[in-house]
Design a protein around this ligand. Structure first.
Ligand code: ARG
Length: 425
C-alpha cells in the first residue's frame, strides 16, 4: 500500500520546477502561517489573561477582645461556629468590597487556639488569578487589604500586624486535616459540592474504614483520631481476637490505599446482643495514620449536640445492596433523614425497641438504608461550616430498606463521655 502511494505521488510533484511559485502552494503557506500565528496568540492571550489558577494563602489573626474558653476548643460547639463565621464573613465582606473582588474565592477558619487569654484564628484564603499576576505582588495586595480591614474590624478587635503567607495545596491539606471533619471539597475550598448517585468518590468520606477479619470485609468503622477507629460492638462477636483484624482505607476494598493491623479492641462492657444496647466498640490501630486529603478523622459531636429530627444525614459503607445480598467492593453512600425516637418506637415501626442510646434514620417509603456489612460504619451530618460530624454508628434494623423499618444507629452523643473515659479523646 505504502509503496504504491509513493510511486503515484512522486512524478506529480517532482515534474514541476516552479513548484515554489505555484500560487496554490504560496496561498497554502500564507494561510498556514496565519493560522499558526492566530492559534499561538490566542493561546497566549488565553493563558495570560483568562486562564485563572487557584492560589492559597494562610494567615493567623490574634483576636484581642474575645476571651478563650473551653467552648472554643472543639469545632462542634456553637461558640466555635459563631466566632469562626464572624471572622469568615468579615474577611469575605472586605475582599468583596475591594479591588480583589473578582479574585477572592473563600476564607476559612481552620483552627481556633488559645493565645494568652485571647484567641488565635488560623485562616486559609483562596484566590484565583491569571499567571501574569505574580504571586508576590498579589500577596502584597492581599496584605494591604487585610490591614485596612484589621484597623477597622468592627466589634472584633484583631492585632493589625498580621502577616499573609502563600502556601501550597499540600500545606492547605495539612492545615485542614489537623482538624476534624473536612471533606476533600472543603479542603480545596471549592465552590460547588455535590453528593450525587450512590457511588462515593475518593475523598468524599475520608474517615470511612473497612474492618476486615482474615482480609475479608466484615464491618465498617470510623476514624476518630490517627490511631482509633469507632465501630459497633456486634462486629466482634464472631472474631474477638484483635490479631484477626486489619483496617483498610480508601473507597475500594479490593485495592485499598492503606492497610493497618489492629492492636486492640475495646467492646462496651454493657453491650447487650439481645436488645442491641451499647452497640459500640473502639479499635486501636497498630500504628498512626498519616492524614492525607483522602484519609483523616471525622468530628465527634459534643454530648449536648442536637440531632434534629427530619434533618439530612448520610450513611456510607460496603454493605449489601439488598437484604441477603453480597457486600460490594466500591464504597456507597445513602441520603437519609433523622427520625425522632418516639416516632421510630410507634407500634407499626419498632414498637418500643428504640432505646435512648439509639437513633433511627431512613426515608418515608423505604428503599434507602444501610444493610448487612455496613455495621460499625458512620452516619454523618454536615454543619453550617461544612464540617462533618458523626451522629450514628450502623447497628441494626429489620431487614433493609423496608417501609416503616428504618435503620437503627448507635447514638454517638450518648457515648461521647464513654469514648472520653476509654481513650481520652
Ligand atoms: N447488623 C448489620 C451488619 O452487621 C447492619 C444492619 C443495618 N440494617 C439496616 N437495615 N440499617 O452489618
Amino acid at each position: 500500500m505504502e509503496t504504491r502511494h509513493e510511486m503515484r505521488a512522486g512524478p506529480v510533484r517532482g515534474s514541476s520546477t516552479s513548484r515554489f511559485l505555484n500560487p496554490c502552494v504560496v496561498g497554502f503557506v500564507v494561510v498556514a502561517v496565519v493560522v499558526i500565528l492566530a492559534v499561538t496568540i490566542g493561546l497566549l492571550v488565553h493563558f495570560l489573561a483568562f486562564d485563572q489558577k487557584p492560589y492559597f494563602y494562610r494567615s493567623s489573626f490574634q483576636i484581642l477582645n474575645v476571651n478563650y474558653s473551653e467552648q472554643l476548643s472543639s469545632p462542634g460547639t456553637r461558640e466555635y461556629r459563631i466566632l469562626s463565621e464572624r471572622i469568615e464573613s468579615l474577611i469575605s465582606k472586605t475582599f468583596r468590597e475591594s479591588d480583589l473582588r473578582n479574585q477572592f474565592i473563600r476564607a476559612y477558619v481552620v483552627k481556633l487556639r488559645r493565645d494568652g487569654n485571647g484567641v488565635r484564628a488560623d485562616i486559609v484564603m483562596k484566590f484565583k488569578f491569571t499567571r501574569n499576576n505574580n504571586g508576590d505582588s498579589m500577596k502584597k495586595k492581599i496584605e494591604s487589604i487585610l490591614h485596612q480591614m484589621l484597623n477597622n474590624s468592627g466589634n472584633l478587635e484583631i492585632n493589625p500586624s498580621t502577616e499573609v503567607t502563600s502556601i501550597t495545596d499540600q500545606d492547605a491539606v495539612v492545615l485542614f486535616t489537623s482538624e476534624c471533619g473536612a471533606r476533600s471539597d472543603l479542603i480545596t475550598l471549592s465552590e460547588e459540592r455535590i453528593i450525587g448517585g450512590t457511588k462515593a468518590e475518593e475523598g468524599d468520606w475520608p474517615w470511612q474504614v473497612s474492618l476486615q477479619a482474615n482480609n475479608g470485609h466484615h464491618c465498617g468503622g470510623v476514624l476518630i483520631s490517627n490511631t482509633w477507629v469507632l465501630t459497633a460492638a456486634h462486629c466482634f462477636r464472631r472474631y474477638p481476637d484483635p490479631y484477626t483484624w486489619t483496617a483498610t482505607f480508601g473507597i475500594s476494598t479490593k485495592i485499598p490505599k492503606l492497610r493497618i493491623r489492629v492492636r486492640n479492641i475495646i467492646v462496651h462492657s454493657n453491650y447487650n446482643p439481645v436488645t442491641h444496647e451499647n452497640d459500640i466498640a473502639l479499635v486501636q490501630l497498630n500504628r498512626e495514620v498519616t492524614f492525607t486529603k483522602n484519609i483523616h478523622r471525622v468530628c465527634l459531636p459534643a454530648p449536648t449536640h442536637n440531632i434534629v429530627p427530619g434533618s439530612i444525614a448520610y450513611v456510607t459503607g460496603w454493605g449489601s445492596r439488598r437484604y441477603g445480598g453480597n457486600t460490594v467492593t466500591d464504597l456507597e453512600q445513602a441520603r437519609v433523614r433523622i427520625i425522632r425516637n418516639s416516632v421510630c418506637n410507634a407500634p407499626d415501626k419498632y414498637n418500643g425497641a428504640i432505646l435512648p442510646g439509639m437513633v433511627c434514620a431512613g426515608v418515608p417509603n423505604g428503599g434507602v438504608d444501610a444493610c448487612q456489612g455496613d455495621s460499625g460504619g458512620p452516619l454523618v451530618q454536615e454543619d453550617s461550616r461544612r464540617l462533618w460530624f458523626l451522629v450514628g454508628i450502623v447497628s441494626w434494623g429489620y431487614q433493609c430498606g423496608l417501609p416503616d423499618k428504618p435503620g437503627v444507629y448507635t447514638r454517638v452523643t450518648a457515648y461521647r463521655n464513654w469514648i472520653l473515659q476509654e481513650i481520652g479523646i
